[in-house]
Design a binder for this molecule. Structure first.
Ligand SMILES: [Ca+2]
Length: 427
């Protein structure tokens, strides 16, 4: 039979050492997770539609790039910025009931202009180096550009930080599934052909699955609809609604720095779902959380706390030893906290593991009784702390551990005729 004797939950959430109890193999503890109502860090991509009608928007963004970044930096301690842009595919398509020339020669459907960086001067210069193209028909390669926000690994999103894409645009995407009359907004805008630029292949991008994927990736779009062409604002509001992409769509206003700062700030108060997960798949069946998640949260500044009961269930076939894994806590798709778990699993044979219930012991055998350990002639016992540090090596003899170790739980490893790992409690 196996049991959990001691585990340590390291400081990220609570600087507390948890000590488990006795066999059999289930132990319970709880974690209290503090969630601040402001972001500690964020990554922000500026994504520009550079088709002909967007020239006023680009000039405005260029003139205000510094103010936007300064404003966000004053409210979020650690924020990085990047730049990407698009016009449309520079060719004609005739697919899923729509035929048109998407863009002109020189247009492109997606380009990463500056990966995420703390260097705001380089971001500003990347925005200044953008230039307006064409775009031909009304719909543009928005689906492709937003898809790349998830799949272009060169962007460099950080796992533990809030993620935003500020997309400056004025039209609607190409995508075959946009033409769905069961939706409140629909139009026939043709194929979004994906990276291979070929219609009807596996990498074609569908709009509604993309909205869901953005949401699942924790990438929150902030759609800045051009102030000079607001026809599609209600469409984007629908697509950004909390059941689809869960982003924000608004008209680009005249105080853009403050506008973006306040949108980003408002998102930090709302959490769809807060949930813990064991990072290493092997250990997932070992742990259950109660509740498994919290949902529909609106935070009250400066911080709210959420508690989880953690139940460890070590499979009966597990070998004794130290098992180390992580519990990650996510707010939506963003990892906000981590606990390191060091879990000792002992051989829980009666008489070895519980010093208070040793029924039979002989003077020349290995036994622990209270704080006293007897090590027989043919054995060496090493005593380890629960985080794996070797503290003692005991040869043959009788030892009062009270004078040798602080009160607590330790691992004993006896090596001799056989090897036994057992719990040592010093009171
Ligand atoms: Ca177009």
């Amino acid at each position: 039979m196996l049991g959990i004797i001691g585990w340590v939950v390291q400081p990220v959430i609570n600087d507390t050492v948890y000590v488990g109890d006795t066999c059999p193999g289930t132990a319970v503890d709880s974690a209290l997770l503090g969630v601040p109502s402001a972001y500690a860090c964020a990554d922000v991509m500026f994504l520009f539609d550079l088709t002909g009608s967007m020239s006023g928007e680009l000039s405005y963004a260029q003139a205000n790039a510094h103010a936007i970044m300064d404003s966000l930096r004053s409210s979020i301690p650690d924020v990085r910025f990047g730049v990407a842009s698009h016009m449309d595919y520079p060719r004609a398509y005739n697919y899923c009931g729509y035929s048109a020339t998407y863009g002109s020669s020189g247009d492109y459907p997606y380009r990463l202009d500056r990966p995420l960086t703390h260097d705001t001067a380089s971001v500003r210069s990347a925005i200044y180096s953008l230039s307006i193209g064409y775009g031909s028909d009304g719909p543009e390669s928005y689906a492709r550009a937003l898809w790349e926000m998830i799949h272009d690994t060169a962007i460099g999103w950080r796992t533990g930080c809030a993620r935003f894409v500020i997309h400056w645009l004025d039209n609607i995407p190409h995508a075959c599934d946009l033409n769905d009359p069961s939706r409140p907004y629909y139009a026939n805008t043709g194929v979004s052909p994906g990276r291979d630029a070929t219609a009807g292949t596996a990498d074609d991008i569908l709009w509604y699955p993309l909205l869901r994927e953005l949401r699942m990736s924790g990438i929150r779009p902030i759609i800045m609809v051009s102030a000079s062409y607001t026809t599609y604002l209600s469409w984007w509001r629908y697509w950004m609604s909390d059941t689809l992409a869960n982003g924000i769509a608004t008209i680009r206003g005249s105080g853009i720095a403050r506008q973006i700062d306040s949108i980003v700030g408002a998102t930090s108060l709302v959490i769809d779902s807060l949930w813990p997960m064991v990072r290493e798949p092997t250990y997932r069946p070992w742990v259950t959380f109660t509740p498994p998640y919290y949902t529909g949260i609106t935070l009250t500044p400066p911080e709210d706390t959420f508690s989880f009961n953690i139940n460890f269930n070590v499979p009966s076939s597990t070998s004794p030893g130290l098992y180390t894994f992580h519990i990650d806590y996510y707010r939506d798709a963003i990892r906000v906290d981590t606990q390191l778990v060091n879990l000792w699993v002992f051989s829980c044979t009666t008489g070895w593991d519980d010093p208070t219930s040793v029924a039979e012991r002989k003077e020349n055998s290995l036994y622990v009784a209270g704080n006293v350990m007897n090590v027989p002639a043919n054995y060496t016992v090493s005593v380890y702390s629960v985080d794996g540090k070797k503290l003692l090596e005991l040869k043959s003899g009788k030892y009062d551990l009270k004078g040798m170790l602080k009160p607590g739980v330790y691992l004993g490893v006896a090596e001799g005729v056989r090897t036994v790992k057992f719990k040592v409690i010093v009171r």
